[in-house]
Each structure stands twice: as C-alpha cells, then as structure tokens.
Design a protein around this ligand. Structure first.
Ligand code: WT7
Length: 659
C-alpha cells in the first residue's frame, strides 16, 4: 500500500474537458451551487424532475431517528412504471432499450414497448404464483434480457428481489434464499461463459434439496428460462418453464403505486465477519439518486447515446447502472452475456464498434488485463464512437487511467472515476464530465447533494495533503436503509465508529490532495477487493476451516497486478489428518476447489500455503499484517508482539521455498 500511495502522490497531471464537450454537457456547475444552497430542496427537485410520482411527496428527508432515514416517505411511485411505461406513454416505445449480445453470437434487441410488455407478463406470472408486496424473490440468472425483466417484474408488483450472482455456489445461494425467506427463485438452465454452457439450474436444485434438518423450505416455485439448452432435472409442481407461462400471460398490467420507502431489493455483500450482509434499498430515494447520477455522471443524451456498463446484475453496479438508472432515464444500452475474451481477446472492442457504443463503464481490473494483452488488440477496431469512459470498483492506478484515456478514449474522452458501494446505492464521488478537470487516479469530488469528508480517528476533518478515513457526513437519498433482519449490525458496522459526529463510516482509507480532491486508498478493514469484487477474509477463512482436514486458516488480500488484490491463504492441517501432507499439491488443489464450492469460484485463493502454525499475539489474535508482508514478498514487519517470534521465519522459508 505505501508504495502505491507514494506513487499516487507524485501524480499531478490534469485534463480539462474540451470546450466542445463542456458546451454540450448535461451537468453544470450550477448543480453544486443549488445542492449547497439547500441539500433537501435539491434532492426534492431531482426526485420531481427525474421521476413520475403517482402520489407527490411533501416530506423530503426524515432524519429524526438516525441512522434510520426516510426520503420522500409520503410519496408513492412504481419503480417499473418509471423505467418502462412512462417512456412508452411519452412516445418513445420504439426506442431500443436493450442491445443484447450473447457470448455465442446470439443477438436480441428489445424496445421500451417490448420490455414493458414482457415485464407486465412476468408480473402476472409472479402474482399468479402468489407473490405480492414485500415478498422476496431470488434471481439467479446469466446476463440475458430476462435478468432485467425479472428484476423489473418483481419491482412492478411491490415485491423485493434478491439477485444472486450466477458465479456463486449452491451453498451461497442457499444462505441467501434462507436469510431473505425467498418464495420464488428465477433462474435459467444455464448461460454461456468462456465458450461453453455453464449450468445454473443444478445449483438451484442442490440449494433446494431436502436438508433433513427440519428447516422449513420457503421456496414454493422455480421459474426457469431456457438459455443454455443443457439437460436439467425437473420437479413437477415446483418448477415452471418461463417459455410456458410468460408468453401465455397478458401484457396488460397496471402498475400500482407503492410508498417511496417500500423495499425494492436486498443485495448481499461481504463484510468483516463470515456472514454476508443483506443490504436493503428502498424505492423513491434510491431511484432518484440512481437516475440523477446516471444522467449527470455519464452525460446521458438518451436519443443518441449507446451506453454500456459491463457489470453483471449480480452486483450493485448492475442494479444501479444497468437496470435502474439507465432505464429510468430512457437510455439505450448494450448488455453482453459473456467473458471479455470469448471467443477472442478483442470481443469487447468488437461490440463497441458494432453498436457504436458512446459511453463505456467498466472496472480497473478489466482495463489492466487489456493493457497486459496490448494495445494492438483494441486498435484493430473502430472505437471512434466512444465519447465518455467510466471506472468503478477499486482505485484506478494512473498508468491504467492514462492507457484507458489514450488507447480506448483517443486522448479525448473524459474519464469519470466513480467511488461508491453496495451500501451507498449510487455514485457518491466522481468528476462531472464537462465540468471537472480530471486527474489520473483520483475520484476527486462528491457529487452534488452528497457530503463527504476525510477524517482522522477522532472524526476531525484532515487538512488538505493529509490522509484518513472516508465518511459521509449527511444522509443521502440512495443510502442503505439497513441490513436485512439485523438492525444492530447495521448500526454497529457503519455508524458506531463516528457515533459522536453522526457520520457514516465507509471502511475506506482516503486522502485529500492540495486542491482538496479525494484519492481512495483501499479498504481499512478485513474486506478484500479482488477484480472489483468484495470478499471477506473471515468468510473465506470459515470456508477453509469447514474442510475436514483444516485446523486453522488465515486469509489476507495481497496486492496483485492484475486483480488489484488476490486471496492468499495460510492453512494449518489437523494432527489427525496429517496424511494429506504427503501430497501437498493435491491438498492445495483440493482446498481451492473446496472454497469454490463453498462460496464461488471468485473466492478461490490464488495461493494457499500449508503451514504448521499461524502468527499470533499473546492474546491469540492472528497477525494478518505479517502474513500480508509475506504474501506480498516484503520484509516482515515488527514481530515483537508475537507469542512465538520463530513462527514467521518458518512461514517465510516455506513461502520463499515454494516460489
Ligand atoms: C468498495 C465497495 C460500487 C460498485 C462496485 C463495488 C471500492 C469502489 C471505487 C473507486 C476506489 C473503489 C471501495 C468500496 N471502490 N469504487 N472508484 N475507487 N475504490 O461495490 O462491492 O460494494 O465495494 O469498492 O473500497 O468500499 P462494492
């Protein structure tokens, strides 16, 4: 981390927007002015201008019971109506909403009118299955139009979706279904990934298999989209094919009004403990900030832009910047099912050329992997349609930023580096294109209406030039409303650290430069960021310990050139299982597969070191800091607080011996 900080601190390049871009920009400096004049009025204006309210609101923010906020609470709206019907009613039904590209080359284009009809049909199907307001529906799908349709159909009837990333295992799906008490699961037989069909339905079957432990099954039905064409098992009475029931349903469905604070979705994310947190978002405030930021941060011109956010709907980025923000704004967007390198390393750039993509929103890890392959790949394609580039998920190093700008953006397209979290629901820190002079590597400034500070441990604002912790000092419309079923954890995790000040603690380190611009420096807790995906050290440790041969495990996030951080595990084997040590290669392979099964392939450690002991303090706390030193190939730091100072040299020799 410290070399990264030194490096960032030497970065001083600045790029002003071109006069042409600035003149036509959607955003303007006035936004900051009106937000600063009165934050609540500002958001109320945005909510009224960007959304349709069935019942207009009078109340804006209620912060009388912090940290439990409500926004626009006496107003009523329908989120799906805002994303669909109103565009059709405004005469834009023929506008393309989705330009879908399957990994295998399949294509589908869906207009706003068609999307409205399809969502209406699925809304009927869900209602016929007994789903109503506040019921939970789990969605476990590949990146196909039905994923977006399913989310909007659930929203349309006032129910709550919990999208589970298709890369998660049956066990992870099981845990999420149980925690939310989902009544229906929407899935597919399979989807295309890396050139072949990757099955999904078997994971659902496994998740729903009788556990024989008396836990009541909440799932009554499974709605299955045919995409992969792979064989699937079928449970009569429970399972339904989408193509049997959806086309048979009526496309006439009235979107009823629901209160602004009706929960819209739960999305699970990793925290510092082993148990993922179900982050709860509600309707009116969430949609307001998602639409506002999508419009202003991406300079959206809905009539002419072709927008492409490469995130999967299994993550918050896919919720706010594939489904809700773009569709609320009537945008035309590309959806791509597969991996960037299937069937060739230029696939993404081929898609940009084919659809004349104007706006690309992706993660630094993707940019770095393209950098590694070389500029000759993107240079084979016509990328001249691109006029704006976005980055999200982790700090973008200045080299990657510059490469993105020059190779993908032809030295012209502004780059917006957007900082936010599952919990914040929408973008919180970003340049405004056409307004802000951008700096490679800095997320820069809070968006209008959002109040960010960098503070020291005592909660005092640091001076420009100093580092500290990132906090949000005022409530914002798309803030999480809580953790599903666990209000205490919500308060503890985010609000206790700066309870005196009433600040939201984000878990990120940050620094302000001499201009007051913000530079994100990574997580300060036991949360790792691997390829922009959030993983918990504790969750992977508990998966490892659940293996019969494992006595103890410690996991750290080590910096990795390609993925930002990589999972590195140190594992001790039980005396009773020391036979497995005869073949450590097989053991390591075994443990990696095991973690993949327990959580999902993204959680599989890059390296696993089998050690005889873990470094602990006299009070028994594992010193992960020292393990990180080893994992990153650094000299091991201060070991004086270790109970047994020899442990580290044993581990060190083990690790270097292996490399
Ligand atoms: C964590 C949130 C927000 C969607 C994707 C991740 C890191 C996110 C940036 C950025 C530096 C970033 C933070 C944050 N992060 N964007 N532009 N610069 N760091 O959502 O899984 O909830 O993870 O991602 O560490 O806390 P998430």
């Amino acid at each position: 981390m410290s070399t990264q900080i030194d490096h960032l601190m030497n970065e001083s390049r600045k790029f002003a927007p071109s006069a042409e871009f600035a003149a036509a920009a959607v955003a303007s400096a006035d936004l900051y002015e009106s937000a600063n004049a009165n934050r609540d009025d500002f958001w109320a204006t945005q909510a009224r201008e960007l959304l349709h309210w069935h019942t207009p609101f009078e109340q804006v923010l209620d912060w009388s019971n912090p940290p439990f906020a409500t926004w626009f609470a006496d107003g009523e709206l329908n989120v799906a109506y805002n994303c669909l019907d109103r565009h059709v009613e405004a005469g834009n039904g023929d506008r393309t909403a989705l330009l879908w590209e399957g990994e295998n080359g399949d294509e589908r284009q869906v207009t706003y009118a068609e999307l409205t009809d399809e969502v209406s049909r699925v809304a009927h199907v869900l209602e016929d299955l007994g789903i109503s307001v506040n019921d939970r529906v789990a969605i476990y799908l590949p990146m196909i139009p039905e994923a977006i349709v399913a989310m909007l159909a659930v929203a349309r009837i006032g129910a709550v979706h919990s999208v589970v990333f298709g890369g998660f295992s049956a066990d992870s799906l099981r845990a999420r279904i149980d925690d939310a008490g989902a009544k229906v699961v929407i899935t597919a037989d399979g989807g295309y990934r890396k050139g072949k069909v990757s099955a999904l339905k078997p994971a659902v079957d496994m998740a729903l298999a009788d556990r024989g432990n008396g836990v009541q099954e909440t799932v009554e039905n499974v709605l299955v989209v045919r995409r992969g064409g792979n064989e699937v098992e079928w449970q009569e009475g429970r399972d339904l094919w989408w193509h049997d029931v959806v086309p048979a349903a009526s496309a006439a469905h009235t979107a009823k009004a629901f209160p602004a604070e009706n929960p819209l979705f739960i999305l699970y994310t990793s925290g510092t403990t082993g148990k993922p947190k179900g982050i709860v978002h509600t309707s009116g405030g969430y949609l307001t900030q998602a639409a506002f930021t999508h419009r202003n941060v991406f300079d959206l011109k809905p009539e002419s832009d072709v927008y492409w956010c490469t995130a999967d709907v299994g993550w918050i980025t896919g919720h706010s910047y594939v489904t809700y923000g773009p569709l609320a704004n009537g945008a035309t967007q590309v959806i791509y099912e597969g991996t960037p390198d299937s069937p060739h390393p230029g696939r993404w750039w081929e898609i940009v050329e084919k659809y004349r993509v104007t706006t690309l929103y992706t993660a630094p890890t993707a940019i770095r992997s393209f950098m590694k392959i070389g500029r000759h790949i993107p240079q084979k394609f016509d990328l001249s349609s691109l006029r704006l580039l976005g980055s999200v998920g982790e700090p973008i190093n200045p080299e990657a930023w510059m490469w993105y700008r020059s190779v993908i953006g032809a030295d012209l397209a502004p780059i917006v580096d957007t900082w936010w979290q599952t919990e914040t629901g929408a973008i919180m820190i970003s340049a405004l294109p056409g307004v802000t002079e951008t700096k490679p590597g800095s997320a820069q400034v809070a968006v209008p209406g959002v109040a960010i500070e960098v503070v020291n441990e005592a909660g005092e604002t640091v001076a420009n030039g100093d580092g500290g912790l990132l906090v949000v000092t005022e409530p914002w419309p798309s803030m999480l409303r809580g953790i599903w079923g666990d209000p205490d954890r919500f308060v503890e995790t985010y609000w206790e650290k700066f309870a005196a000040q009433g600040y939201y603690f984000a878990g990120d380190g940050a620094r302000r430069d001499e201009d007051g611009d913000i530079w994100l420096l990574g997580r300060v807790d036991d949360v790792m960021n691997v390829s922009g995906h959030r993983l918990s050290t504790a969750e992977i440790e508990s998966a490892l310990v659940a293996h019969e041969a494992t006595a103890e495990a410690a996991v750290v996030g080590a910096s990795d050139e390609a993925t930002g951080q990589a999972v590195v595990a140190f594992v001790c084997i039980k005396e009773s299982h020391k036979d497995v040590l005869k073949d450590t290669d097989a053991l390591v392979k075994n443990l990696r597969t095991w973690v993949g099964e327990q959580i999902g392939p993204i959680a599989r450690p890059r390296d696993i070191y089998i050690v005889t002991e873990l470094p602990k303090t006299r009070s028994g706390k594992i010193m992960r800091r020292l393990l990180r030193d080893v994992a990153e190939g650094r000299e091991v730091g201060d070991t004086t607080t270790l109970a047994d100072t020899m442990v580290m040299s044993t581990i060190q020799s083990k690790v270097t011996g292996k490399k």
